[in-house]
Design a protein. Structure first.
Length: 334
């Protein structure tokens, strides 16, 4: 089945004509109802992650070195272990492949996050869902996936907001002028219910493929909204859990650097040190899984997610990141 058939909202299958203006009732205000409405296929996320890792295993050593540079860098570790919600944009400054060295890295990260106790990982690969034949490709498709993963990743939501906030099913249809707003509303209502003893990691790869002329406005709107939510600038929705957003692009984002307040941007050097050795992916995944278990255990042992996890102090040989590293010089490899 094509990705478009699996992911996009099929109005003919999920909504009949007489539902256009139907308000949610107690019967329809359920997680299973929303998942059916969004037409979400949970297995697709795992398929995408598996493809990113599988394709990356076949990369030549030069591209794998870029993956290793990123996954072993102190700046990524700092993002994983910092005490606050935050957003970071990674410009790869390399090729424009739809599945790039950073996609490979995101696949490894997403796989290893499954070993993180108390984590809710959200993953989306824009480059795998940007074909011109996919009618719904863009920020709407991305948000459908993220909202659906939120619904699947936590079981104790209250969905009373569906009846109190003038929610309409028709607003979720592809082509609806209110669709992005409705999906962002769902995202914020759900993610602000995640309790403080859990942490949400959201990884969006290949954002440049959603920055073309037809898609850039919705993409900028979506990322800007989430950025403000994570920074605590949304006075209506307040996070309880730590939420971290990592956005990558193989070359360079054309629009997100303009977002206010400014997103932290990490520029990967166009050239990184090479060892001419293929990455041992199995070992790398095991090492990263062990790291995730350690940081997750440290997080879980704290009474509040804003307390210091102390993970960096436990890493043998870990050193604080220097200003030259932040500027793009060679970081530590794993």
């Amino acid at each position: 089945m094509a990705n478009a058939d699996i992911l996009h909202l099929d109005a003919q299958k999920t909504l009949s004509a007489n539902q256009d203006h139907r308000e949610p009732t107690a019967k329809t205000s359920s997680t299973s109802y929303l998942l059916r409405l969004l037409n979400f296929e949970p297995g697709l996320v795992k398929q995408d992650i598996k493809k990113a890792v599988s394709d990356g295993q076949a990369f030549r050593s030069e591209k794998q070195e870029r993956t290793k540079f990123f996954t072993g860098h102190a700046r990524l570790k700092a993002w994983l272990t910092s005490r606050n919600s935050e957003v970071i944009l990674v410009n790869g400054n390399h090729d424009s492949d739809k599945i790039s060295s950073l996609s490979f890295a995101c696949g490894i990260l997403a796989t290893s996050l499954s070993s993180f106790p108390g984590a809710i990982p959200l993953t989306f690969f824009c480059g795998m869902h940007c074909d011109g034949q996919i009618e719904d490709a863009g920020a709407g498709l991305m948000l459908v996936s993220l909202v659906s993963q939120l619904l699947a990743g936590y079981q104790n939501y209250s969905l009373k907001f569906l009846r109190t906030r003038n929610f309409k099913e028709k607003d979720l249809r592809p082509g609806s002028p209110n669709r992005i707003k409705a999906l962002l509303g769902l995202f914020s209502e759900l993610i602000t219910q995640i309790p403080g003893d859990q942490i949400v990691f959201c990884v969006i790869d290949g954002i440049q493929f959603y920055e073309n002329y037809a898609r850039k406005d919705d993409t900028t709107k979506a990322i800007s909204y989430i950025n403000n939510l994570l920074l605590g600038r949304d006075h209506e929705h307040k996070l309880k859990a730590v939420v971290k957003l990592l956005i990558t692009t193989p070359a360079k984002s054309a629009t997100l650097w303009k977002i206010e307040p400014r997103i932290d941007i990490w520029e990967i050097p166009s050239q990184v040190a090479r060892s001419d050795q293929k990455l041992n992916v199995v070992k790398h995944l095991k090492d990263k899984a062990a790291e995730m278990r350690e940081v997750g255990d440290a997080h879980r042992s704290q009474s509040h997610p804003e307390e210091d996890w102390g993970f960096l102090d436990t890493q043998s040989g870990s050193e604080s990141e220097t200003e030259s590293e932040r500027g793009g010089s060679e970081g530590s490899d794993s």
